[in-house]
Design a binder for this molecule. Structure first.
Ligand code: PGA
Length: 252
């Protein structure tokens, strides 16, 4: 296995209980057998809030634990059923997914996401910020303007940008088995980098992930895109075999 380790981020969504420890154990064991490659903890599992403390206390050598969303308020308050970034940090989360399309469709808009990003950064959580267009927006040729707005409305120059990972997830690809073609993806990643560098007047490219129907059979396609730093993996991350096969096939 080569040393050019990419990020492999699992998004478990609403899945898992204490017995799911065996999934993480298997993934950690796999990383251990390739420990030269996995010495940078770029395998991240974003699990339900109910499992964060249980998993983070295991102190996995090769896996970081993350959350999947939070409330935008920094402080405690009357928000029944909600959990904020402070509470997630306290139970051991290191990362947090924000802006996932499943949460955007539940009401998370760019303005609310900006608040969530700020409160997560205040808690020193690293953010996996999801952006991406719907099928309709793609058909109408609006992909680039949608992405541009998602970036510019939610990110701020004062943010610690090295704590923010951008995950491009076309909504039409999530859970559908459809993936964008390579030339489309190359353009998108180039565009995200361009927007980022322009807006933040930095030479540093953001860390960029691709997400949407990533599996062991299609992962090899993505190695053709040099700008991709890793993957955000939904359904396939709920099985240690599928997740490990993705990693193995990427490096084949
Ligand atoms: P999927 O989900 O891999 O099941 O398409 C990706 C995601 O929702 O982050």
């Amino acid at each position: 296995m080569t040393n050019k380790l990419k990020y492999f981020v699992g998004n478990w969504k609403m899945f898992g209980d204490f017995s799911s420890l065996k999934i993480i154990n298997s993934i950690n064991k796999f990383c251990q057998t390739h420990k030269k490659t996995f010495n940078k903890k770029k395998v991240i599992l974003c699990v339900p809030n109910t499992l964060i403390e249980f998993f983070s206390k295991k102190n996995f050598k090769h896996i970081s634990i993350g959350a999947q969303n939070c409330h935008h308020e920094q402080n405690y308050g009357s928000y029944t059923g909600s959990v904020n970034a402070l509470m997630l940090k306290k139970v051991g989360a290191e990362y947090i997914i924000l802006g996932h399309s499943e949460n955007r469709s539940d009401g998370d808009n760019n303005k609310i996401l900006k608040k969530k990003i700020e409160s997560a950064l205040n808690q020193k959580l690293k953010i996996i910020f999801c952006i991406g267009e719907t099928l309709l927006e793609k058909r109408k040729g609006k992909t680039f303007s949608v992405i541009k707005k998602q970036l510019s409305d939610s990110l701020n120059k004062s943010h610690e940008l090295n704590k923010i990972i951008i995950a491009y997830e076309p909504i039409w690809s999530i859970g559908t088995g459809k993936i964008p073609n390579i030339s489309y993806l190359k353009k998108i990643f180039k565009f995200i980098k361009y927007e980022f560098v322009k807006k933040y007047k930095t030479r540093k490219s953001p860390i960029m992930l691709y997400g949407g129907s990533v599996n062991a059979s299609n992962i090899a396609n993505f190695s053709l895109i040099s700008n991709i730093d890793g993957f955000l993996i939904g359904a396939a991350s709920q099985s240690s075999k599928k997740f490990i096969d993705i990693i193995k096939n990427y490096y084949k």
